[in-house]
Design a protein around this ligand. Structure first.
Ligand code: HEC
Length: 128
């Protein structure tokens, strides 16, 4: 009988612990990207690079490549190493600054920026 009680208590504790775990993880809300809506390079992607010199403080002419300034960004990243439409998550323009990326220590995308970049590549990375 005593053993049964202990077993019962232990089970209760485990159920209690299990239900807590999710409360601790505060994830950033990522707005779902509607697959039917076309992402615009000029109005949605470029601002990620340029607003507040987010990326262009370093990625500009004469500095670190790729040059991500408005005039040059598309032509600079329009190569297979930066944009891999066959395997979008392998594109360096997505992968290097991804929130969980380990190679680019300077700056990372927010979760929603990364989702936009990935969806734009999946849609064919158009200069639209
Ligand atoms: C503080 C300077 C700095 C900022 C800001 C910065 N980067 Fe970088 N980035 C670098 C440097 C330096 C490298 C070279 C590799 C390294 O040191 O990680 C690099 C490398 C890269 C690469 C890989 C280039 C290649 O050919 O392999 C990509 C893609 C990239 N950055 C994109 C971005 C994006 C997108 C942003 C904005 C979200 C950004 N970077 C912000 C400094 C910066």
């Amino acid at each position: 009988m005593k053993k049964l009680k202990i077993f019962f208590l232990l089970s209760l504790m485990m159920i209690g612990l299990g239900s807590c775990i999710y409360d601790w993880v505060a994830e950033e809300e990522v707005p779902p990207i509607d697959g039917g809506t076309e992402i615009s390079f000029s109005t949605q992607i470029l601002p990620i690079f340029n607003s507040g010199n987010n990326c262009t403080s370093c990625h500009k002419p004469g500095r670190t490549s790729p040059d991500l300034t408005v005039a040059n960004a598309y032509s600079q990243i329009n190569q297979s190493k930066y944009i891999n439409t066959a395997n979008p998550t392998e594109s360096l323009i997505y992968k290097v600054p991804a929130p969980n990326g380990t190679t680019h220590r300077h700056k990372t995308y927010t979760a929603s920026e990364a989702a936009l970049i990935l969806a734009w590549i999946q849609q064919g990375a158009k200069n639209n």
